[in-house]
Ligand binder design. Structure first.
Ligand code: NAD
Length: 335
């Protein structure tokens, strides 16, 4: 390739990286995004597409290869026992079909796979370590390797048990999403408007801002909630074979799991789930921005493994952004 063409591509990559890093900083560190998620996703996809065409130009510091944003946190760092990754995402049935085909190719077998389907909760990821059944520490995702110690704040969330129930393991690092219910978000913003204070952009930023408070009493007032959706580290005597059963196990230990979670027999079941949850999106008491499909068989998950920042065995099927949805509806009306 001609050197001036390479230079143009490199310039474009550089420009996209800088813009995305800036948005990451506003979103992850300041909890104060300045652009809609759809615009952020558009830039990320543009960068991914250029990198896919020119893999030789992918660098380890590219935002496509990293989890989250830089941290200049006032909280103490906590190194995760196992990395906390992100999720790859698809935006259409065609992209999901391509994801499913990649699974078949990698497994060298085109037998349909069973999936666990879960809402993609729009909050922030948390890792909580229970040792001998007692809550020991809690950390945000951070850069995936090291998070922020928010143990004191997490302890104020009523639905998070300080002690596990039943036949719990000696060590458990459980992952979930802390979120702010829509009703709480609306009330907080209503009060902020009344007092001429700054409102939160959305429940996700409200949850992140409320959890990352220096005073746990403020976090306690914000009425955050949580659903757990996976395990990072576990010492157990009898391994559980399926992701869905793991979630049932978490519930038995007293950890809340989203009641909308379902097991489906194949990829068609995933799409029906997507349709069903999308239709109910407005009536759910918490904000979601899509659904997540996870290969149910844990041995198959292990066989599939991970890419730089996400598992190969899971995918987020995102909903159209609200502003895009409005546009779609408007177009429908004109026809
Ligand atoms: P992501 O939010 O697309 O997906 C990964 C996250 O999903 C996990 O870390 C977890 O917190 C969450 N999650 C929710 N439900 C889950 C479930 N059932 N199972 C597993 N995980 C679940 O990825 P990300 O890396 O956290 O953030 C990227 C996204 O954040 C972008 O696509 C964009 O929408 C948004 N963002 C926006 C801006 C902005 O400026 N507007 C900036 C940065 C990021």
């Amino acid at each position: 390739m001609k050197s001036d063409v390479i230079e143009t591509i490199n310039k474009k990559i550089d420009q996209l990286k800088r813009q995305i890093e800036e948005y990451n900083y506003q979103y992850y560190v300041l909890d104060d995004p300045t652009v809609p998620d759809a615009e952020y996703d558009r830039l990320m996809r543009e960068l991914q597409a250029i990198e896919a065409e020119h893999p030789e130009l992918v660098t380890a510091d590219s935002p496509t290869q990293k989890v989250g944003g830089k941290s200049d946190s006032v909280f103490q760092p906590i190194e995760h026992l196992t990395p906390m990754l992100s999720l790859d995402n698809v935006f259409s049935e065609e992209e999901f079909a391509a994801f499913n085909q990649r699974l078949f190719n990698r497994l060298d077998d085109s037998t349909e796979l069973e999936f666990t389907c879960e809402p993609k909760l729009d909050g922030l990821a948390i890792s909580i370590v229970y040792r001998d059944g007692v809550l020991e520490s809690a950390a945000t995702r951070g850069d995936g390797k090291t998070g922020e110690d928010v143990t004191q704040n997490i302890r104020t969330i009523k639905s998070i048990p300080l002690r596990l129930r039943g036949d719990f393991p000696p060590l458990l690092d459980v992952r979930g999403e802390v979120f702010m219910p829509k009703s709480v978000f609306e009330e907080i913003n209503r009060k902020a408007l009344e007092n001429d204070e700054k409102t939160f952009a959305n429940p996700r930023n409200a949850a992140a801002g409320s959890l990352r408070q220096l005073d746990p009493a403020i976090t306690a007032e914000r009425e955050l909630s949580v659903y757990f959706y996976s395990i990072g580290t576990l010492q157990e005597s009898e391994p559980v074979e399926y992701h869905y059963d793991r979630l049932l196990q978490l519930r038995k230990w007293g950890l809340p799991v989203c009641p909308e979670t379902e097991k489906v027999a194949d990829s068609k079941g995933c799409l029906s789930y997507h349709e069903k949850i999308l239709a109910r999106r407005e009536s759910l008491p918490y904000e979601i921005d899509g659904v997540v499909y996870k290969v149910n068989d844990i041995a198959t998950q292990q066989q599939l493994g991970f890419v730089a920042k996400a598992p190969r065995w899971a995918i987020a099927h995102k909903f159209p952004a609200q502003e895009e949805l409005t546009k779609l509806v408007a177009v429908d009306f004109q026809v």
